[in-house]
Ligand binder design. Structure first.
Ligand code: NAG
Ligand code: NAG
Ligand code: AKG
Length: 511
């Protein structure tokens, strides 16, 4: 399918640089128009196979040259939005030791014209929505904008985004989100509970710091601020506090700078910290549903139930903004239990649907249309149609290990390697751990270690000292820092714990 010329040009003109900071910058090859716009390095089937089975981040090149969305720079977007205002999140450029969560940001509504004027330092910004924020001190980020929502009166633009080229027929801007930022705009380090992710860079560059799922305990996971589908890290990856988070040293950053025209694959459960490194950045992404999301939905329901119950029971949580602004409200215990039961029955329904002989015709009324469908990153629930789609994915995931050997890395699919490694060592040691490592880690004691670290901080005590012994020895004031509700939650809804709880619940519901 691919002409030889393609390969030749590809191999000679790919630029892989090492910068002094050991950050790897990847350069894609730009093809001349006469080669033919319809020729791509991967067929949709091949691209899909890579997306569904690759367990390490990689950058696709030369896949989107003919997408109209490639022209969606801020100027073009401001014409498309036609004076409509969107919300920007405002953060400080100065680097703190704690991550700048959404709960500690300011928010303004502005047009893209106002954003453009402000980010180019125009004096007209002494008034208007950005007037309180000096451009030299702050960044602004119109992050997480559902294209379906901001262009609800302009549906024709959805077709500018063509994920069908990656083997997802019909997936367009309608299932994608848009991100528009100024220099320094960033998203704190987190993992997404659902799906894997395809990210197209359109304008400017963003630096991605990715960490494998096996690094979870080194990243000090927390569910505060609480947002369904996001597990945040307590570490500010841009300025880590190694005194508080010593294990962060053991995390393996995979850093990549994404440039316009490139598409990054973020595999399931990979942590990421993302920063805009050019004056203006625009990107689009789409989360791709996976089989494993059915179990993740049970885990998320358990987490929601516990976080909402404990935080609502706390009498003095007034000054503690624990709910991420993306969450509408703290849901009631009754609603959360309903949601848990729906997630459990959807899990079993899909399991059944994935056994070919037992595939049931659609029971259309059964779709879970809970409040949760408003939530960001919420994945489709289990309609029979989805299950059939997933069935296909099931069979492809059966061959995961086999396919890994044949991943066509090269000029059109660039491997994102660990920061310490040379880019030349293609295929060596860079294969990431998959989520089975989460379980092994649990058995292997990483979780126990985190637990001990906490005790040591408080008591300077031996980890192995039985809890009751410590209790009897210590007066109520013996420790300066008493354990808070948030400390309790960090342990209780630790991803390793929740995974086990979800498995126990599913076993119980199976009989
Ligand atoms: C973290 O790395 C240090 C050495 O850099 C090692 O001594 C320690 O055991 C590691 N911790 C874990 C949990 O792997
Ligand atoms: C504990 O601390 C509180 C205030 O910090 C103080 O009023 C109280 O006397 C202390 N109790 C003991 C047993 O030290
Ligand atoms: O681009 C960003 O700032 C963050 C993107 C992100 O978190 C995601 O696509 O999952």
């Amino acid at each position: 399918m691919i002409p030889m010329l393609w390969e030749i040009i590809g191999n000679t003109s790919c630029i892989i640089n090492h910068l002094s900071t050991a950050v790897v910058v990847i350069g894609c090859i730009f093809f001349f128009p006469y080669i033919g716009e319809d020729v791509k390095p991967f067929t949709p089937e091949k691209a899909r196979e890579i997306v569904m089975s690759l367990q390490q981040p990689a950058v696709f090149c030369n896949m989107v040259g003919d997408w109209p969305a490639l022209h969606w720079d801020v100027k073009h977007l401001s014409a498309m939005l036609d004076g409509k205002t969107i919300q920007f999140r405002i953060g400080l450029k100065t680097m703190d030791l704690v991550p700048q969560f959404e709960t500690s940001c300011s928010y303004v509504k502005a047009t893209l014209e106002q954003f453009l004027a402000w980010s180019s330092g125009q004096p007209s910004c002494l008034s208007g929505p950005f007037s309180c924020f000096k451009h030299s001190k702050y960044w602004a980020y119109a992050d997480y904008k559902y294209i379906a929502r901001i262009f609800e009166d302009k549906e024709e633009v959805f077709q500018d985004v063509r994920w069908s080229d990656f083997g997802f027929p019909g997936r367009s801007g309608q299932e994608s989100t848009l991100w528009i930022g100024s220099e320094g705009a960033n998203t704190p380090c987190h993992l997404d509970s659902y799906g894997c992710n395809l990210v197209l860079q359109i304008q400017g560059r963003k630096r991605w710091h990715l960490f494998p799922p096996g690094d979870t305990s080194f990243l000090y996971p927390t569910r505060i601020p609480y947002e369904e589908s996001s597990v945040f890290s307590k570490v500010n990856v841009a300025n880590p506090d190694l005194k508080r988070f010593p294990e962060y040293r053991n995390a393996t950053a995979h850093v990549v700078t994404l440039s316009p025209g490139q598409v990054l694959l973020v595999p399931r459960h990979w942590w990421h910290y993302v920063e805009s490194i050019d004056p203006i950045t625009v990107s689009i992404n789409s989360w791709i549903e996976l089989d494993a999301d059915h179990e993740a939905r049970v885990e998320e329901a358990v987490t929601r139930t516990l976080v909402c119950a404990l935080k609502s029971a706390e009498s003095s949580s007034d000054g503690d903004p624990w709910l991420n602004p993306t969450e509408v409200e703290a849901t009631s215990h009754e609603i959360n239990l309903q949601y848990l039961n729906q997630a459990v029955s959807a899990y079993f329904k899909c399991q059944k649907a994935n056994v070919p002989e037992q595939a049931h015709p659609s029971s259309s009324g059964a779709q879970q249309e809970t409040r949760a469908s408003r939530k960001r990153k919420r994945q489709v629930s289990c309609e029979t149609e989805d299950c059939q789609l997933l069935n296909h994915e099931f069979s492809s995931s059966t061959f995961k290990a086999e396919k890994l050997q044949k991943v066509p890395f090269g000029p059109h699919l660039i491997q994102v390697l660990p920061q310490s490694q040379e880019t030349s060592s293609v295929g060596a040691g860079a294969v990431a751990s998959d989520d089975r490592d989460l379980l092994h880690e649990n058995e292997g004691g990483h979780f126990g270690k985190l637990h001990c670290t906490r005790k040591q901080l408080l008591m300077s005590n031996d980890c192995r000292t039985p809890a009751n012994q410590m209790d009897s020895d210590s007066s109520p004031n013996a420790s300066q820092a008493a354990l808070s509700t948030n400390d309790l939650l960090d342990c209780l809804v630790n991803p390793h714990v929740i995974r086990l709880v979800a498995q126990l619940l599913l076993e119980r519901a199976r009989v």
